[in-house]
Write a protein that binds this ligand. Sequence first.
Ligand SMILES: Cc1cc2nc3c(=O)[nH]c(=O)nc-3n(C[C@H](O)[C@H](O)[C@H](O)COP(=O)(O)OP(=O)(O)OC[C@H]3O[C@@H](n4cnc5c(N)ncnc54)[C@H](O)[C@@H]3O)c2cc1C
Ligand SMILES: *[C@@H]1O[C@H](CO)[C@@H](O)[C@H](O)[C@H]1NC(C)=O
Ligand SMILES: *[C@@H]1O[C@H](CO)[C@@H](O)[C@H](O)[C@H]1NC(C)=O
Ligand SMILES: *[C@@H]1O[C@H](CO)[C@@H](O)[C@H](O)[C@H]1NC(C)=O
Length: 350
Amino acid sequence: MTHIVIAGAGVIGLSIAHQLLLSSTRTDRLTLIARNFPQDDLTSDYTSPWAGAHFRPFPHRPESYESDARESRYTRVSYEFFKRLCVEHPESTIKFLKGMDWLEAPSREYEELGPGYNATSLDSFKRCKELPAGVKFGCEYLTYCLNAPEYLKFLQNAIADLCKKQNVQLEFLRITLPSLKYVKKIYPDCSLLFNATGLGLQYEGGYDDACYKVRGQTLLLNISGPTPYAFKTVTHQSRNGDWTFVIRRSDNHYILGGTKQEGDDYPLPRESDTQRLLKSARKIFPDLDTSQVIHVNVGFRPLRRGGSRVESSSYPGMQVVHAYGLGGMGFEASVGVAKHALSLSRPAKL
Ligand SMILES: Cc1cc2nc3c(=O)[nH]c(=O)nc-3n(C[C@H](O)[C@H](O)[C@H](O)COP(=O)(O)OP(=O)(O)OC[C@H]3O[C@@H](n4cnc5c(N)ncnc54)[C@H](O)[C@@H]3O)c2cc1C
Ligand SMILES: *[C@@H]1O[C@H](CO)[C@@H](O)[C@H](O)[C@H]1NC(C)=O
Ligand SMILES: *[C@@H]1O[C@H](CO)[C@@H](O)[C@H](O)[C@H]1NC(C)=O
Ligand SMILES: *[C@@H]1O[C@H](CO)[C@@H](O)[C@H](O)[C@H]1NC(C)=O
């Protein structure tokens, strides 16, 4: 009898469960342990429901080339999977549309259309001929948007359906784990544990020291009439580093984002951020209707110095596969991370 346990029910933990059930790996029992699940009220220590979310590739940066290359590969695996998923399961909310990047001060890697950001690995990639005032660099390519809270619920339902079909005993256990070691106490039969706790819960307790949070405040807009943002998602970076982007969530709902504030742990909406976003939007996206802000969102991206961690380690009586620290790209990377994490678990007795 095999019993696989996944700690964490954000997009990473759920994707590991989903991909596990779609793979040839068989298990008798599957348990997801988490403090937060998709149907819960939003809280600032559960990042996934706050995401935009869209796919926004960027060129590998010289200072983090290796992890950028690895994470870029994860995103392409997700991209290909989502192309099929959006057709087979429209309720996943994934919608392919045009992505545009407008940069006022592009790095050399953008200018050179370097690795990770060119037609080799992006569909319909081209430089934009017409650019708005102040923008020095623009590219467009085929991307997708999804409705993060709805996509998480879709994954959880898909996991339940697959377990039923495959006769896998499934449990969702809501507890806050003091350490990963504790899993073995609750489930002595667990031989394989996936650690997908966002900031990386440690074996002996505490979180990974290399992890830190980057605050993101966004505005949820209600747009009832026709809007060009139903067909494109645009990301703008100003000379001073501020980001402004629009992401379709559903026919009526759009995310206007967003801040990227390192070391800022203020969990409530900040009026000055809201005003900055609205002011930028009026200038950069004059055709965006910002008259109905129905919610101000604050989430924390789980970053990790040195890049995400997708690795296997052995502990007494069980193998632990880590998959955390995905920062601002958890949805984009999710399927690739899940497949990599599952491949690391193969040597175990499955
Ligand atoms: C404003 C904003 C915009 C974003 N936009 C995008 C985007 O456009 N595209 C994109 O791909 N990504 C985007 N992201 C990033 C994305 O949201 C994250 O990368 C992703 O949600 C991380 O998922 P996760 O599963 O690792 O963590 P989480 O979603 O935080 O999940 C962690 C899980 O672990 C559980 N957990 C943690 N500690 C414990 C414990 N001790 N005991 C029990 N359970 C525990 C939690 O309850 C939860 O279930 C955005 C993020 C923000 C904030
Ligand atoms: C384009 O991207 C691919 C894939 O990331 C990379 O291998 C290639 O070197 C890039 N091209 C240039 C000119 O940098
Ligand atoms: C679980 O992941 C965290 C980061 O999410 C990591 O720091 C920790 O070492 C992992 N736990 C174990 C048992 O390895
Ligand atoms: C969005 O706007 C429409 C039309 O103005 C309105 O009927 C609807 O109630 C609004 N939805 C939300 C969630 O505010």
